[in-house]
Design a protein around this ligand. Structure first.
Ligand code: 13P
Length: 245
């Protein structure tokens, strides 16, 4: 069984009720797509996006708390996201690691909470430019993977997204050999740790656009993409969905 292919959009802190109009065009493309299609809007929009999507695309969230409930003002639980109709949740995005000081242990707890409620956890990792320049990329990736993936992770409940921090929102993309090297490392580490690690979906994220998607999808062990800016408008996102073969 080959890993399931997935093209996922991360709207970050963008979008409003009017932006839900984009879902129609995205869902039209998803109907004939050779991959699963997911959009992760801000948590407040999940419920209404699920209604608009009518089962034609998956809807996810961008973060959840590591606890199931309790005194955590301003946070959202995995169970609440599931209740709203989400199927996936992104955890450990570099913007959350940076803005909220999330460590691997925090990310691991969030992924475990997602699993406990039946959500697929999309666990993000990636190196800074300084780490890459110092030749530490594979070591950093391996350490984040080891620390962020919880017990009980499987190919069915876990997706890994490699997002080099220096490629996010910059228009800069690693070359194919650099992406292939990291994804090969992720694949082999997952295969060593999980009985079905060979089947875990591995996404690349960071400045994926219509113009580079096909080239990125052709790289070994790249099973799809996590797309930021180019997922906000159907006109930009649809050509990425259709680029996957
Ligand atoms: P961009 O596609 O805007 O570079 O963002 C990537 C990202 O962070 C997706 O999670």
């Amino acid at each position: 069984m080959a890993p399931r292919r997935l093209v996922a959009g991360n709207w970050k802190m963008n979008g409003d009720l009017a932006a839900l109009d984009q879902i129609e065009g995205i869902a039209d493309a998803a109907d004939g797509a050779r991959c699963e299609v997911l959009v992760c809007p801000p948590a407040l929009l999940v419920h209404q996006m699920v209604a608009r999507a009518a089962g034609r695309i998956r809807v996810g969230a961008q973060d959840c708390h590591g606890n199931m409930s309790g005194a955590h003002t301003g946070d959202v639980s995995a169970q609440q996201l599931r209740d709203a109709g989400a199927t996936h949740v992104i955890v450990g995005h570099s913007e959350r690691r940076a803005d909220h000081g999330e460590t691997d242990a925090v990310v691991q707890a969030k992924a475990a909470a997602a699993h406990a409620t039946g959500l697929v956890a999309i666990i993000c990792l990636g190196e800074t430019e300084e780490q890459r320049d110092a030749g530490r990329t594979l070591e950093v990736i391996a350490s984040q993977l080891a620390g962020s993936v919880p017990e009980g992770a499987t190919a069915a409940n876990t997706v890994i997204a490699y997002e080099p921090i220096w490629a996010i929102g910059t228009g800069r993309v690693p070359d194919a050999a650099q992406i292939a090297e990291v994804h090969q490392k992720l694949r082999s580490d997952l295969a060593a740790r999980l009985s079905d690690g060979g089947h875990v979906t591995l996404l690349y994220g960071g400045s994926v656009k219509a113009g580079n998607a096909a080239e990125i999808f052709a790289i070994p062990n790249v099973d799809g993409a996590l797309v930021g800016g180019a997922s906000l408008k159907a006109a930009d996102f649809v050509p990425i969905i259709t680029a996957i073969s």
